[in-house]
Design a protein around this ligand. Structure first.
Ligand code: HSE
Length: 404
């Protein structure tokens, strides 16, 4: 029997307990031993819950118990999760976490510590919920140089954009609906401002390129400026607007960005809708690979956590090698990145002439019923050129990057 402790009995922690119970026989077969939850750490009591006898409020009870071999952390946030996880590793326990803030900030250090101790620090559930992506990057796509990872990594924003596109509603209406259904947090800033996707692409990039990609270095734009009018233009262009988190290698350089983009049906992520996540990976020998599934939710996320617990149980005292050094990867300055852009400006008598002078030849986009503005697609230009030209236009209504 392998004893584990679960830190945090919220949505994911309780999901982990449930999955271990529901699939106990098959999990035992796969792990080679039964997995038993010995403790659950939480500030609250759960008097009606079968887990109530296992609830503890003091982390030291878990840290000081040599029978606990694996600790699952689902508290979220950097502290006290970081202190508890580090202490668990120092006490000889492997750690499984779903906490992207913790992994993005301290992943390299905690992996080093696990390696030094002959233990494991596993975090499949921190990106893409139930979708296997960390293990494939770490253990399957090892023959390849990764050239690109582009993901729809946030279910809440994907739901909002899908709803705006399918029902023609504005951003606030779609956000309220996401909150009503429990997809978005009550304070949804981390989702809608792109911070959640930013941490996830930082983790994937660090694994793909084997160096520390700091999330603070990634240019991040959320979806709060995407309007129902933009969506109408996207439809006229046979396109959809998606929040992309991308990391792309060009020669020796890597650039990373989180931003809304317009894509057409020929893009592999076009059909990833509603709360689903999708991750597109391009390797230099394998070519294109796609991962799709539930990027959030109690049981899908718990499924990824328990898969890590099984892996940790199969590798007690044997570190699973992960390439993610603490050496910082300097990302390409965002100003040098090139895109096509979709731009809407207020109309006036000289606007076409002014746009032509600034951007050269552009493609005008018209939508029946929308008046008083001029919309167009540029050719490939750098972010720097875009920003300089934007300053010279008096009334810019929106700018969205285009991938077609
Ligand atoms: N808020 C996140 C999302 C949860 O909407 O995708 C999973 O990390």
């Amino acid at each position: 029997m392998i004893n584990i402790a679960v830190l945090g009995y919220g949505t994911i922690g309780s999901g982990v307990v449930e999955v271990l119970k529901t699939n106990s026989d098959s999990i035992t077969k796969r792990a080679g031993d039964s997995i038993e939850v010995k403790y659950v750490l939480d500030l609250r009591e759960f008097p009606e819950d079968p887990i109530m006898d296992k609830i503890v409020h003091d982390i030291n009870i878990i840290l000081d118990d040599p029978e606990v071999l694996i600790v699952c952390e689902h508290m979220g946030g950097v502290e006290p999760a970081y202190t508890f996880v580090k202490s668990a590793l120092l006490k000889g326990k492997s750690v499984v976490t779903s906490n992207k803030e913790l992994v993005a900030k301290h992943g390299a250090e905690l992996l080093d510590l696990a390696k030094e101790k002959g233990l494991n620090f596993l975090f499949e559930a921190s990106v893409g919920g139930g979708i296997p992506i960390i293990r494939p990057l770490n253990q399957s796509l090892t023959a390849d140089e990764i050239m690109e990872i582009t993901g729809i990594l946030n279910g809440t924003t994907n739901y909002i954009l899908s709803k705006m596109s399918e029902e023609g509603v504005d951003f606030d209406t779609a956000l309220s609906e996401a909150q009503r259904l429990g997809y978005a947090e009550r304070n949804p800033a981390a989702d809608v401002e792109g911070h959640d996707a930013c941490r996830k692409i930082a983790i994937l990039s660090s694994l793909a390129f084997g160096m520390q990609v700091d999330f603070e270095d990634i240019y991040t734009e959320g979806i709060t400026k995407v309007s129902d009018v933009d969506i109408r233009y996207a439809k006229a262009l046979n396109a959809r607007i998606k929040l992309f988190a991308s990391s792309i290698r060009e020669g020796e350089q890597v650039y990373a960005m989180v931003a809304p983009v317009m894509i057409r049906a020929n893009h592999p992520l076009y059909s990833v809708n509603n709360v689903f996540n999708g991750i597109f990976v391009k390797g230099n020998v394998i070519g294109d690979v796609m991962f799709y599934g539930s990027g959030a939710g109690k049981l899908p996320t718990a499924s990824a956590v328990v898969a890590d617990v099984v892996d940790a149980a199969k590798h007690l005292e044997k570190n699973i090698w992960t390439i993610w050094s603490s050496k910082k990867l300097e990302l390409t300055n965002v100003n040098h990145i090139q895109h096509r852009f979709f731009i809407r400006v207020k109309d006036d008598a000289k606007i076409k002439e002014q746009v032509a002078n600034l951007f050269g030849s552009v493609e005008e986009v018209k939508v029946d019923g929308i008046t008083g503005e001029y919309a167009f697609l540029t050719s490939d230009i750098t972010e720097q050129d875009l920003n300089e030209n934007k300053k010279k236009l008096s009334d810019v209504l929106s700018v969205i990057r285009v991938r077609f």
